[in-house]
Ligand binder design. Sequence first.
Ligand code: SAM
Length: 401
Amino acid sequence: MHVTSASPVERRAREEMARHLIDIDVLTKEWAEAFRAVPRSRFLPDPFWAYDMESGRSDSVRRAAGEDAWARAAYANVPLVTQWDDGQHSGTESGARATSSASMPSVVAAMLRDLDVRDGMRVLEVGTGTGWNAGLLAHRLGGENVVSVEIDPAVAARASAALKRAGLDPLVIEGDGRDGWAPGAPYDRVIATAGVRDLPPRWLEQTRPGGIVLAPWGTHYSNQDAVVRLTVGEDGRAHGPFLSMVEFMKLRDQRLDWNRFGGHVRDFPGDADVSRTSLTPADLGDRYDTPNFVAGLLVPDCAHVLNDGPSGEPGDAKAWFFDFGSLSWAAVVFTPGDPEATVHQSGPRRLWDEVERALTWWIGVGRPEFDRFGLTVDGDGTTRPWLDGPENVLPSCRPLA
Ligand SMILES: C[S@@+](CC[C@H](N)C(=O)[O-])C[C@H]1O[C@@H](n2cnc3c(N)ncnc32)[C@H](O)[C@@H]1O
C-alpha cells in the first residue's frame, strides 16, 4: 500500500478514531490494522458534509479550510455525505436528499466485525460509495478477493481513483448491485452498505452454501433499518437474526416515494371513521426503537410518519399511516393532557387497527427487543420475519382479504 505521508494532526485523528472504536467494542483486533492504514480522509470529495445525527443538519467541510480541519472532520465518528440528489446538486449548500456517503466509522467497524471474514474469503460489497469500506476489505483480504458494485458512475469512478491512489485494488464495478456480480461468484460473504427493502435473490444465489449475507434491511413502515446476518443454506434459503439498528440511504430503486400517497387524503378528516385509542406516541416508538421496527414487520405495505403538532408541546403529535395497495389511510391525533387520542380511518384497509393489533401483540409477548427477531429469505426473495427462531414466524396483522 502506498499512501502519501499524513500530517501529525491526521495521524492523531486516525489513531483517536481507531482507539475510540476499540473502546466502544466495535473495532476488533483483526480489523484494527486496516482502520489505521486505510485513510478515510483520502476517500472524500471536496467538499463533503458532516452529518449531525441529532439535528439532522449537514455542515460542509472544504479543503480550503486547511488540512488539519479536514482531517479532524474526516475521522469524526459521524456519517459524511459525499453526494446529494444523485449528483444533480452542486455547491457547498446541502441538497434535498443525501445519496452517497462515507458511513459512520462505528457502523462500518461493527458491520465488518459481524461479517465474520477469514483470510482468503471472497467478498461482494454492494454500494461502493467513497470506496473506504472496499479499501478496508481489500487491505484485510487482498484486492483480488473483493468486488464492490456502485450504481452511480461518477461515484464509482471517484472511488476507483481513491483506491488506486491508496495502493488498493479491489474490483470496482459500475452497475446495479441488485444483480450482484455473477462473474465473481460464488462469494463467501455479501455485504450491502445501502438500506434494503426487498432482498435481491441474486445475492443469495451468488453466495456459497454456508456463506453470509449482511445487509441493513427494513420495511417501508419507517426509514429505519436493522442489520440482518443471513446464513445461506444448501437449499438456497437464508435465515438469520437482526444484530443492530442503523439507518442507511436506500438502494436507489427501493427508496420510498412519498408522492405516491399524494392522493390518499383529499380532505381531512373527510368521511373517515372516528374512534379513540389509549396508545401514545411513546407506544409507537421513535427512530431506533423496537416497536417502530416491529410494527413494520407485522403490518405489511404500510408507510408511517409521526409529525409534531402545531403547538410544539410534548405530546402534541399526529401519526399518519398510508396503504401501498389502495387509498386507505389513518391518522391519530395526540393532544397533550388527553388520555386518549382520536383515530381517523378511511378506505378498505383499517391501518390503525392493524398497527394497534401489532403493538398489542408485541406488548403481550413481553416487549421483546429487536435482536430477538430475525428473517428467513427464500430463493425467490420472499421474506418471513420471526421471533426467537425461524419456526416461530410472526403473525401478519393484516386480515386475509
Ligand atoms: C452509504 S453509501 C456506501 C458507503 C460506502 N460503502 C463507503 O465506504 O463509503 C451507499 C452507496 O450505495 C449506492 N447505491 C445505491 N443503490 C445502489 C444499487 N442499486 N447498486 C449499487 N450501489 C447502489 C449509492 O450510490 C451510494 O454510493
